[in-house]
Design a protein around this ligand. Structure first.
Ligand SMILES: Nc1ncnc2c1ncn2[C@@H]1O[C@H](COP(=O)(O)OP(=O)(O)OP(=O)(O)O)[C@@H](O)[C@H]1O
Ligand SMILES: Cc1ncsc1CCO
Ligand SMILES: [Mg+2]
Length: 281
């Protein structure tokens, strides 16, 4: 299948992100907050990591996108306030359901958030999305459980699950992993970009969610194209970072720095050429 139109729209989405310098209000966890802020800057956005319930509505109101990361489960009230304010104003909201399903608190918090906040994009690993879609998964923590991971064999079922959840939530669903899936209603593509080092650092998923916020914020009204652009950009940046890490003789900490470098230096034309995209869009 020829995905030249999605390649073009991904390049255009990156161009717009660099030009618009969107303000991205991000409520995220203390583990990866600095990486999230840096990846938004690397993409051309401007991050604000405010999480006090007394101010989040004010901050969300002037943002171009709001990113809610459930790793910050203690900030659930702030996430709901910020998400609802964004919803009232038509500002895109991106959710990362970190470790959804790993505890009762997380299961209940997800239900509450999904009920109260209109979402534009939901991005999680295979276990997290499965927990939202069917209520249970094979994970005990923040990483995808082995039985849930998308393989060539399970790809059709994962695409179906993403489409079903997309219709239920009226949002773009992005499942990350060795193969990434992006679905909106009946549209679905999968991308084979990325590298194994991405799962050997913490926060590659959180960074992807922050990047989704930056690109969606600069491309309002085109959430599917924005999601494909951000997912492809992150994966392709991983490939470039792996190459650079090897040249430098470094390990995973070098990889992490090279990943942010790769996002900061990627041009729209490079992104267009680097996407490994397939599907039924
Ligand atoms: N083995 C792999 N091969 C290719 N790409 C990968 C691999 N593992 C992860 N990725 C990429 O890493 C990014 C993060 O996906 P992942 O599913 O690991 O998120 P996550 O589990 O939420 O991460 P975290 O919770 O640590 O932030 C995505 O861009 C995904 O494509
Ligand atoms: C390791 C970890 N624990 C809570 S949030 C987080 C970051 C990756 O999701
Ligand atoms: Mg995660």
């Amino acid at each position: 299948m020829n995905h030249s139109s999605l390649r073009d729209s991904a390049a255009e989405a990156l161009r717009r992100t660099r030009a618009a310098n969107p303000l991205i209000h991000t409520i995220t966890n203390f583990v990866t907050v600095n990486d999230c802020a840096n990846i938004i800057l690397a993409a051309g956005g401007s991050p604000t990591m405010a999480h006090d319930p007394r101010e989040v509505e004010e901050i969300a109101a002037v943002s171009q996108a709001v990113v809610l990361n459930m790793g910050a489960i203690e900030d659930l009230d702030a996430m709901i306030l910020a998400g609802r304010e964004a919803g009232r104003r038509g500002i895109p909201v991106v959710l990362d359901p970190v470790a959804a399903g790993a505890s009762r608190l997380r299961r209940e918090s997800c239900v509450k958030l999904l009920e109260q906040v209109p979402l534009t994009i939901v991005r999680g690993n295979a276990s997290e999305i499965k927990a939202l879609a069917v209520g249970s998964s094979s994970t005990r923590g923040v990483d995808a459980g082995g039985a849930d991971i998308i393989t060539e064999k399970t790809l059709p079922a994962a695409v179906q699950m993403a489409g079903d959840l997309s219709r239920r939530l009226n949002a773009v669903i992005a499942i990350s992993g060795v193969i990434d899936v992006v679905a909106l209603d009946g549209r679905a593509v999968w991308l084979r970009n990325g590298c194994a080092e991405m799962s050997r650092i913490t926060g590659s998923g959180c960074m992807l969610t922050a990047l989704l916020g930056a690109v969606a914020g600069a491309n309002r009204g085109r959430p599917f194209e924005a999601a494909v652009a951000a997912v492809g950009m992150m994966g392709f940046a991983g490939e470039l970072a792996q190459q650079r890490m090897r040249e430098l003789g470094g390990g995973t900490a070098t990889f992490r720095a090279c990943l942010i470098d790769a996002v900061s230096m990627m041009t729209p034309d490079q992104l267009k050429g680097g996407l490994q995209i397939e599907g039924n869009e």
